[in-house]
Design a protein around this ligand. Sequence first.
Ligand SMILES: [Zn+2]
Length: 262
Amino acid sequence: MTSKQCVKVLITFDFDAESLWMSLGMTTPMPLSRGTYGAQVGVPRILSLLEKKGVKATFFVPGETARRHPETVKSIHVQGHELAHHGDIHESPIGLSREEERAALVRGIDTLAEITGKSPRGYRSPSWDFSDNTVELLEELGFVWDSSLMADDFNCYAISHQERKTSITEIPVSYELDDAPYFLFCFKPYLTGMANPDQVLSIWKKEFDGALLHSGVFNLTLHPQLIGRWHRLAILEELIDYIKSHPGAEFLSCSEAIERTK
Ligand SMILES: [Zn+2]
């Protein structure tokens, strides 16, 4: 590694809790309890690990999660992690009218602002997709960045909309760097999701190597109800240790990373 190589490491958590299952229309006790597990077991374990490693992260929190688990969300904020917008009830913007989408964004903003005292600067669409109105609404409501789209891997970029470069900077996500495709098991809609964590760790380490080689951004998406399982949390710890063994790596919140790229 040359001394010039560096990488912005963004460990992000989509703290969906019950709202993930509600948004899929699965409101019986079993699926909801999987979300509750994320709040009651996953997040405390994650916070403990992040504190032990001295790592700052970003948590994307739907309004529904913050209203249902206010003390847990407060504990994330108190520990110094960034809270960002992830819908109000984890609704996809697709199919909403402009007014409906705006109202959901405002409810989510207000709910997070009650905890942090300020509006969130960043957004991640619950469906990792935009309606025709999303990016204009993000600009109107004062967002600075988004993390839902995939036009690059190691580089942030300005989102274009109707042949115009918008003021919203994209921190690109990918399914390869998301724990859900590997670990989210469900009978309906059927998702296999029981991957060997060691194989996933191998993929994530190699992606980090690429981000470092390109002096770019390594943006990992995790879900407390998935990565919070003990055998999976172990690979997160191993990944953090691997990243920390590279002097050019810096763990940042998403907003800190955006500030550094200006
Ligand atoms: Zn989500």
